[in-house]
Design a binder for this molecule. Structure first.
Ligand code: ADP
Ligand code: GN1
Ligand code: MG
Length: 361
């Protein structure tokens, strides 16, 4: 049945007359829609929350409320102008609820940030700005008391857990696809011990948890007309975890010369200038709270998050595509191969990246 977006929007107290609702962005999990008023101005973002992925919608929206109000307070203290373009503002329903449940789906609305621009690819200059912004995002949330934010997806970036899920998928072979992915599974298995490092260090008391964004793809930042960062968005996965998530996912996405799912593997590789620019920006914000061990591990974070994404895409492929939205039947397989290709390229650049970190050690 076709969704009646106007009826859904009617449950929120909106100031504008809605003229158009259209799909926006290219997320793999939620459905995102742009809402335009009768003057043709984008005014709101409407999202259907994927509640099969985010099973505790109350926790999810509570986290987002804590994060956005904390950041808003910090921006006010810093005397920041234009705050409404620098932090997301979610609108309650007419009944004062943070989301609307229509009996089947969960919906939320936030203000569309005017004159903002998102990118799928960045220049070194934009990469530097993004690094500063994601580092600053972590810095602003660093003083949230432990236990304040829930894990909206339990063990989301836990590599041991992700490898366990792959193992379970292999055992079940639900979609009968195991034969065609044997060589990929071997590639993954040969690196598994190395990639469980953060969990080991945590158990040894050498690594602590911090509040991370956990989805630092370049398209989760909005820039203004002059290439300055306005706002970090897509806050569903902000939760406590290991710090490498937030440098890692940016390296995985923005440092890649190809696409996350590139069909042509020769497009995939490392753009070292993007890495350097991001790291410089990130360290400007994050050097004050990172430990020397964490700083040393930042390039490893890129390899880890790329590996983790390969594991997650492959698991979904073996399970028969139950998690990520796909655009064709081989999509998760194609994504897995592109992520592994990126991993090989990151491995080839590891020494150069590690040498670059010396400046901060
Ligand atoms: P997802 O990636 O889960 O689909 P996002 O929250 O990242 O959802 O939104 C998708 C895209 O929509 C973003 O990459 C961004 O370009 C745009 N977008 C999201 N929220 C806003 C906003 N408040 N103002 C302007 N653009 C937005
Ligand atoms: C998903 O919603 P989106 O597309 O930003 C996923 C991320 C993955 C990403 C891969 C909740 O993010 O963890 O890194 O796809 N989000 C969730 O592109 O699983
Ligand atoms: Mg997004």
């Amino acid at each position: 049945m076709e969704t009646n977006f106007l009826q859904i929007l009617d449950h929120f107290s909106l100031q504008e007359t809605v003229a158009k609702v259209e799909p926006f962005g290219n997320g793999h999990i939620n459905d995102t829609l742009k809402v335009t008023n009768d003057k043709g101005e984008a005014k709101y973002i409407l999202q259907r929350i994927n509640h099969h992925v985010f099973t505790n919608v109350d926790m999810l929206q509570n986290n987002i409320r804590i994060v956005t109000s904390h950041i808003r307070r910090k921006l006010e203290e810093q005397g920041e102008q234009d705050i409404d373009r620098k932090v997301l503002t979610f609108l309650p329903t007419r009944k004062g609820q943070p989301y609307y449940f229509d009996g089947e789906n969960y919906w939320r609305v936030c203000l569309f940030i005017p004159r903002s621009k998102g990118y799928e690819e960045v220049t070194p200059k934009l990469s530097y700005e993004a690094g500063k912004a994601f580092g600053n995002f972590q810095l602003m949330l660093a003083d949230l008391p432990d236990g304040k934010l829930g894990e909206t997806i339990p063990r989301f970036h836990n590599m041991e857990f992700r490898l366990q899920q792959l193992d379970d998928a292999v055992k079940a072979n639900a979609a009968g696809r195991l034969k065609e992915v044997e060589s990929l599974i071997k590639e993954i298995a040969s690196r598994a011990d190395d990639m469980r490092l953060q969990e080991r260090l945590f158990r040894e008391g050498k690594l602590r948890k911090r509040v991370n964004h956990c989805d630092t793809k370049v398209n989760n930042i909005l820039f203004d007309e002059d290439g300055k960062v306005l706002c970090v968005i897509d806050l569903d996965t902000v939760m406590p975890g290991y710090v490498l998530s937030d440098i890692g996912d940016f390296i995985r996405t923005a440092v890649n010369t190809g696409a996350e799912d590139d069909e042509n593997l020769s497009n995939v590789g490392v753009n070292i200038e993007i890495f350097k620019a991001y790291t410089r920006g990130y360290m400007e914000s994050a050097a004050s709270f990172l430990t020397p061990l964490e700083i040393c591990l930042l390039p490893y974070g890129g390899r880890l998050m790329t590996y983790m994404q390969a594991v997650r895409f492959l698991t979904d492929y073996i399970n028969g595509d139950t998690y990520y939205k796909i655009h064709h039947p081989q999509h998760n397989l194609q994504r897995t191969k592109a992520q592994l290709q990126m991993l090989y390229s990151l491995e080839a650049h590891a020494e150069e990246m590690e040498a670059f970190m010396k400046e901060w050690l």
